[in-house]
Design a protein around this ligand. Structure first.
Ligand code: SAH
Ligand code: SF4
Ligand code: F3S
Length: 508
């Protein structure tokens, strides 16, 4: 669909659409709701690459106005917020750090689990009062929840005071969506169910000047049966290597110390290129030559994690040997129903290869407990896999059914109390293992990238090791933004205390 067709498509007369009849009073302006069915389709059409610019007529739109974006969800969303902040600033808006004096408020939402969504609906409830007090305030909902039909319908029905809803595929259209919302008294709904082109040259206002995120690809084609992401983020589209390399070079020149390459399934990077054979291993290899102290990526999918990547990572240097490798379950039967496309044995073999090539590598993971019909034995397989791999830490979740996904249709014989009890047992193991791993650091010297003052004590500085362990230690403020050597004096439950032994060991 080209831009012109999209525009035509947005001028739907709501009364033509039977299912929307109830809400037609709310929208006369742009009305383009999402469809999960369309979002599921994976077309063969070629991905186009386009550049971003602010249309002439919208320049200066934000003069004298302030914006505030509240972000929920993963790094992808955090980074989208940086892009939207960049667009706001390019339009002349100023940032503010609270809702009270904001002229535009955006909720950049996450749909991964029900409680993520509940938080947003709760927040909308609070913002209603503010909107009543200040009717000229523009209130928008964007991000992954906007891509869901049921959410858009609920907002139309229960929160009609929202001014605009737009999705993950068209954040570059923010200037025209804002314009539309200012012009119209009706709710502006512009959600593209199918992903658009890859847009380059997006302006970005990054959070901080020490660590930066760089998107390498968008979307996910894995369709794990429990997961909403392939529907909310569209099909896999990789950015061209030269664009990524240029962005990383630019960040290095600006003095950033750590880059995290982002994608929902970074191991699939490059699989959609038709003209070149180029994957994540090639990209990491090339980027590692750039003068940047630390390089990470997230998130990896075990199925596509290949030997070439292990070989490249084993070279070390600025390529960090901390790998986040979500396993989800230790039971091959559950993994099969989850459509993860690997078995327990495959995962363990991959871990063996990684540890062989990088003996000091630290592994972290994501685990879902209480997947439909998970048996006690299958859950215990997860515990035993956890013990076997000895992960440094894990994000653990109770399965949450997501409308439109295959798992949501499965019958489930596991009561919620059992799921909660399994989560507690797993968390006890996770905590115990993490504490044990942290204890091993006592007396050792680690490299810490100093990020700033500790949240609880401004007298103390805080930063992260190469393996993402938080370290608190006393040092002069001049150490902020540097990588320093710290001797660990005490391991606490989640963090480490230490003493700086040498300043700025690496100059970058
Ligand atoms: N792309 C990443 C994960 C993205 S979502 C990957 O595949 O590893 C982050 C984590 O949320 C997942 O790893 C999974 O553990 C969890 N998750 C996703 N959908 C979920 C659901 N429906 N219920 C509970 N947890 C879920
Ligand atoms: Fe979701 Fe699976 Fe894709 Fe990760 S790989 S985003 S869990 S569908
Ligand atoms: Fe949530 Fe969307 Fe990320 S659903 S986890 S914000 S991709």
């Amino acid at each position: 669909m080209n831009e012109q067709q999209r525009k035509e498509n947005t001028q739907v007369n709501p009364s033509d659409k039977k299912s929307d009849k109830d809400y037609s009073q709310y929208f006369q302006a742009v009305y383009m709701p999402p469809s999960l069915k369309d979002a599921k389709k994976r077309g063969k059409e070629e991905v186009k690459y386009d550049g971003f610019s602010i249309p002439e007529e919208y320049r200066g739109m934000g003069q004298g106005k302030k914006f505030y974006i509240r972000t929920y969800g993963c790094q992808m969303n955090e980074h989208d917020t940086e892009v939207m902040a960049g667009i706001f600033m390019a339009l002349g808006y100023e940032p503010t750090d609270g809702v009270e004096d904001a002229n535009v408020i955006l909720l950049n939402t996450c749909a991964i689990r029900e409680n993520a969504e509940n938080k947003v609906f709760g927040e909308l409830g609070h913002l209603k009062t503010l909107k009543k007090r200040r009717p000229d305030l523009l209130l928008g909902v964007c991000g992954c929840m906007s891509q869901e039909e049921s959410v858009v319908n609920r907002i139309l029905k229960v929160h009609p005071f929202v001014d605009m809803i737009f999705g993950t595929h068209n954040i570059h259209r923010l200037p025209s969506i804002l314009h539309e919302a200012y012009m119209s008294k009706e709710m502006v709904v512009e959600v593209w169910s199918k992903e658009g082109d890859v847009i380059e040259n997006l302006p970005k206002v990054r959070k901080g000047n020490i660590k930066a995120w760089v998107n390498i690809m968008y979307g996910c084609d894995k369709f794990c049966t429990y997961c909403i992401v392939p529907y909310t983020r569209g099909k896999e589209r990789s950015r061209r290597p030269e664009e990524i390399i240029q962005e990383v070079r630019h960040l290095a020149a600006q003095g950033y110390k750590e880059i995290t390459l982002l994608g929902q399934n970074v191991n699939a990077y490059g699989k959609d290129f038709e003209d070149i054979e180029y994957g994540l291993a090639n990209l990491m290899d090339e980027i590692s030559k750039i003068d940047i102290s630390r390089l990470r990526f997230t998130t990896s999918h075990p199925r596509d994690f290949d030997d070439h990547l292990i070989e490249v990572l084993a070279k070390g240097g600025n390529l960090l040997d901390h790998i986040h490798l979500p396993v989800q379950s230790g039971s091959s039967d559950i993994l099969k129903i989850m459509a993860r496309k690997y078995s327990r044995e495959h995962y363990l073999e991959l871990v063996r290869k990684i540890k062989q090539a990088m003996p000091n590598a630290s592994l972290t993971t994501d685990i879902i407990v209480g997947f439909p019909n998970e048996t006690e034995e299958q859950f215990e397989e997860t515990l035993s896999l956890y013990r076997e791999v000895e992960f440094d830490s894990a994000y653990t979740f109770i399965y949450s059914p997501r409308e439109g996904t295959p798992a949501a249709k499965m019958e489930d014989n596991v009561p919620m109390e059992v799921k909660k009890e399994r989560l507690q047992r797993l968390n006890a193991l996770v905590n115990e293992t993490s504490a044990k791993k942290l204890k091993e650091y006592e007396g050792k010297v680690v490299n810490v990238l100093v990020e700033g003052e500790s949240k609880n004590n401004p007298e103390v500085l805080a930063g992260y090791t190469e393996k993402s362990k938080l370290v608190n230690f006393k040092a002069p403020k001049s150490a902020i933004g540097q990588i320093v050597k710290v001797k660990i004096t005490k391991a606490k439950t989640w963090t480490l205390n230490g003493e700086m032994v040498e300043e700025a060991v690496e100059v970058n």
